[in-house]
Design a protein around this ligand. Sequence first.
Ligand code: DX5
Ligand code: ZN
Length: 209
Amino acid sequence: MTILPSMLAADYGHLADETARCEAAGADALHIDVMDGHFVPNLNFGPTVVAAFRRATKLHLDVHLMLERPDLYAMRFAEAGADAISIHVEAPCDIAATLRSIRERGLRAGIVLKPATAADAVKPFIGLFDYVLVMTVEPGYGGQKFMADMLPKIKALATMTPKFPIMVDGGISATTAPLCIEAGATELVAGSALFGAKDMAAAISAMRG
Ligand code: DX5
Ligand code: ZN
């Protein structure tokens, strides 16, 4: 089980220290949320901050683009040192071409589904992505309640062939992680449950089950 702390919930005055804390706690990768104020009603990290994370750690950097036009910005994040970039299937741009351009740079390409988007939306792109990210809250903010009605979607994705990793993001905790794992999730993103824990290593172990 891959555990990715979401840096959205970190202390922004001490990002290098927070990165070191994730490493020491046994995180497998860092999840970095990028928001444009259009696709979601919030703003967050840009490419220069991803470059700062790159300087601070050798951990895999998983960049989640919540952008109206991920096609225009994906390469900026690749240049900044991302190892994986995920784009929303709902974004009004050429999704297949954007996934291809991410892979051509040698990065993992992910496709993300908002809560209202059905599992079948990934079907036209099977073979073009390396993982699916299922949002288990409305994207834009940390600290929201896990949407249990996303579990059937995870199950539906887990039955598709060929198989692919399934990442979940939003409201993941020691309580909700087992439900996602049971449904077929293989990678767990968690912000508030990890950064809010007194002992992040224990919180990560609890999520691994
Ligand atoms: C929400 C982000 C998440 C967020 C999760 O739009 O994509 O990565 O940080 O935060 P928690 O784990 O607090 O729900
Ligand atoms: Zn995210």
